[in-house]
Design a binder for this molecule. Structure first.
Ligand code: NAI
Length: 421
């Protein structure tokens, strides 16, 4: 067990040679997995010499596993992620027709990876549709296990939909169903436990990293008992468990109504001076607009599953798209974490040397930070900044960057490694 990452009193204990299971992935997964490991290895070596080194352990999943073992997601792979706690994966093709709906969903559900974490930052030189992309530095905490995405749906015409309709109308006295004969239903479960564990992780993240604020994004104005409750549970948590470290907009409003605007402004300025994390909330539609117009107003974002899905793609597009956006699925209580490229398998460019490995490399950066190997993570970020600044990029970015030189996946990787050294 000496090379196995463990948790002790809620903290990760990372050996110097941790075994990290990885899924190579389908399609371009095969093109970007090896190169991303090379970059991570180079950064670890640069940071720690021979003192630390990752022991990569491939685990089967996807098409390759199906061909060799007859299963898209063999039990041994799930066992490996449980045993070694921290892993990384390339994109997996969702099997067509019957069977598992999505391998990614299966992994998230089995390990109860309740946080989908997406940091959004811009690298100089990368094309962006907004005027000041350098002002974007956001960290999305998307709830990963609940909400309308829980998969509880009844198709109109089915027996279950009829039963559900009958229950709503006859037992709950519901009169709001406009066209009962043709209505399908979806259920939106949002629990206090599920919301609190997500928001807690986001506040701790902001405190640990000295980030200025956490924005709770919700549609609580319309969905009061689910999204509205998410916001209220968030404020309750912040004001009790983190009362010395945060200042909330709810507290601000109370001061304003009790004592007036001047006192409220003073309290807010004092909280900022004291280095407190400001906890605020914004309605989702307003957030989508505000994050484009004033990205510097938002730092950590805590939100539910569906909102988080939309927000992740919009914010990623602001800094260069999914080809360079990393992600992680984490359970901060058990320590289980799987870092992943956020794009798919891009089958049309698989094997052509066109794939951009940045998303998986940056997921590796997140993994190094999660392990506490921050020096190695910094080396990769610096090297990527240099590489983008030199405008040597893969075809996805090349098409949008004036005066850039086109390089293949391996040439791009070699350039990063050269910049690490
Ligand atoms: P996709 O992300 O594979 O491709 C969308 C577009 O982006 C394509 O034009 C593709 O060429 C391009 N692209 C994506 N990643 C790139 C990269 N690293 N470098 C350069 N260009 C890149 O999405 P699509 O086509 O919807 O899905 C293809 C397959 O991937 C499906 O089977 C889907 O289920 C799966 N998928 C898996 C995900 C995962 O494992 N996390 C996430 C999204 C899709």
């Amino acid at each position: 067990m000496e090379n196995t990452i463990q948790t002790h009193n809620g903290k990760l204990e990372v050996p110097d040679n941790p075994i990290i299971p990885f899924i190579e992935g389908d399609g371009i997964g095969r093109d970007i997995s090896g190169p991303s490991h090379q970059v991570i290895d180079a950064a670890v070596q640069k940071a720690y010499g021979s003192l630390k080194k990752i022991v990569w352990k491939e685990v089967p999943a996807g098409e390759k596993a199906y061909k060799e073992l007859g299963s898209y997601l063999p039990d041994e792979t799930l066992e490996a992620f449980k045993k070694y706690l921290v892993g990384i994966k390339g994109p997996l093709q969702t099997p067509v027709g019957g069977g598992i709906r999505s391998l990614n969903v299966a992994l998230r559900q089995t390990l109860d990876l309740y946080v989908c974490l997406r940091p959004i930052r811009w690298f100089k030189g990368v094309p962006s549709p907004i005027r000041y992309p350098s002002l974007v530095d956001m960290h999305i905490f998307r709830e990963n296990t609940e909400d309308i995405y829980a998969g509880i749906e009844f198709m109109t015409g089915n027996e279950d939909a009829k039963k559900f309709l009958d229950f709503l109308v006859n037992e709950m006295g519901s009169t709001q169903i406009r066209f009962p004969e043709t209505t399908s239903f979806g259920i939106k479960p949002v629990s206090k436990e599920g919301s609190v564990r997500l928001i807690k992780a986001s506040i701790e993240y902001a405190i640990e990293r000295g980030l200025p604020s956490v924005t709770l994004v919700h549609k609580g104005n319309i969905m009061k008992f689910t999204e509205g409750a998410f916001k209220n549970w968030g404020y309750d948590l912040a004001e009790t468990e983190f009362k010395d470290q945060v200042f909330t907009w709810r507290q601000l409003e109370k001061i304003q109504s009790d004592k007036g605007k001047l006192d409220a402004d003073k309290a807010l300025n004092q909280a900022k001076k004291d280095g407190k994390v400001i906890i605020k909330d914004v309605i989702t539609d307003a957030f989508l607009q505000d994050s484009l117009l004033h990205p510097y107003d938002h730092s950590v974002i805590a939100t539910m599953n569906l909102n988080g899905d939309y927000i992740s793609d919009q914010l990623a597009a602001m800094v260069g798209g999914i080809g360079i956006s990393p992600g992680a699925n984490i359970n901060y209580q058990s320590g289980y974490a799987i870092f992943e490229a956020t794009h798919g398998t891009a089958p049309t460019i698989a094997g052509t040397g066109k794939a951009n490995p940045s998303s998986l490399i940056l997921s590796g950066v997140m993994m190094l930070e999660y392990l506490g190997w921050n020096e190695a993570a910094e080396h990769i970020l610096d090297a990527m900044e240099h590489t983008f600044a030199k405008r040597r990029v893969t075809s996805d970015l090349h098409a949008m960057m004036e005066g850039a030189s086109l390089v293949s996946t391996t040439e791009f990787t070699d350039e990063i490694i050269k910049n690490i050294h």
